[in-house]
Design a protein around this ligand. Structure first.
Ligand code: GLU
Length: 279
């Protein structure tokens, strides 16, 4: 009986020692490690087809599939991924503070953001467009937006483009997330929602909005989606670039496009080359 106790105690000590070894540096997230360690990834949770948290707590969308693929290549089990919402305006801060290891959240690469964070990729090329009510034919060109009530999201390239370039005289309302603009569009409090066509297509195809909205088809900008990561982390950037390259070459990128953009009938551009940012 006594012997058995000792054996159990030794086993416990051994288990502890093994855990300590596996934990290495003791970081919560560790891109070099893997094993049982967790990785926190920033995503959107209200953009169908891109990043969406479903009522049963699951995460779906193209960005989610890309994030899972990268995590796997970095050595993490899918069960060890912790998804964390990163709204458009919070992304640079979440990265700098180390709240997330990387971000896959319709995150366009641009010079302003490159001052604060680095990007792997790009992994998708989208374009800014507008979503209007299906019976509204009054907006024939981007200039027509100058007379309209527009909705977009704070901290996004979409809101910035409207204010600085596309329609400086538009009455722009900015919210925390795009989904918040949809009620306003439906009840005519706003005339149009503007952001990437990839996001708008996902909203338009939702069951509850069927036949209510349409995309104008204006390609008002190039939005090169990149994976945001801590500035100066060249090793992580290299690993993520390699993961993205593999995702395209082994067909997983195409499969993710089909699964997530197919239902929205979104005509995506072909896979971009790593480092090839379209201005
Ligand atoms: N891709 C644009 C951006 O990074 C708009 C979408 C978003 O807000 O996530 O700002």
């Amino acid at each position: 009986m006594k012997l058995r106790k000792v054996t159990l105690a030794s086993a416990a000590a051994l288990a502890l020692a093994l855990t300590a070894t596996a934990c290495g540096s003791g970081d919560k997230d560790d891109a070099a490690g893997g094993g049982g360690k967790k990785i926190t990834i920033g995503i959107k949770i209200d953009q169908p087809g891109i990043g969406l948290k479903t009522p049963d707590g699951k995460y779906t969308g193209f960005d989610v599939d890309v994030a899972k693929y990268i995590a796997k290549e970095l050595g993490y089990d899918e069960k060890n991924i912790v998804f964390k919402e990163t709204k458009s305006a919070d992304r640079e801060t979440a990265i700098s503070r180390g709240d997330v290891k990387f971000i896959a959240a319709s995150y366009s690469i641009n010079d302003e953001r490159l001052q604060k964070v680095d990007f792997a990729g790009p992994y998708l090329l989208a374009h800014q467009d507008i979503l209007v009510r299906a019976d509204d034919d009054s907006i024939k060109s981007p200039e027509d937006l100058n007379e309209k009530k527009l909705c977009s999201v704070v901290g996004s390239t979409s809101a910035k483009n409207v204010k600085e370039k596309l329609a400086p005289k538009a009455e722009l309302q900015t919210y925390g997330g795009y989904s918040e603009c949809l009620t306003g569009l439906e009840n005519k409090a706003i005339d149009a929602l503007t952001t990437d066509d990839s996001i708008l297509a996902g909203f338009a195809s939702q069951q509850q909005f069927q036949g209510k909205f349409k995309l104008a088809g204006f390609k008002m900008s190039n939005e090169n989606y990149g994976i945001g990561l801590k500035k100066g982390d060249a090793d992580l950037k290299k690993k993520i670039d390699a993961a993205l390259t593999k995702m395209v070459s082994d067909g997983a990128w195409d499969a993710a496009v089909k699964a997530n953009f197919g239902p929205a009938n979104y005509k995506n551009e072909q896979a971009p080359k790593i480092g090839d940012v379209v201005k």
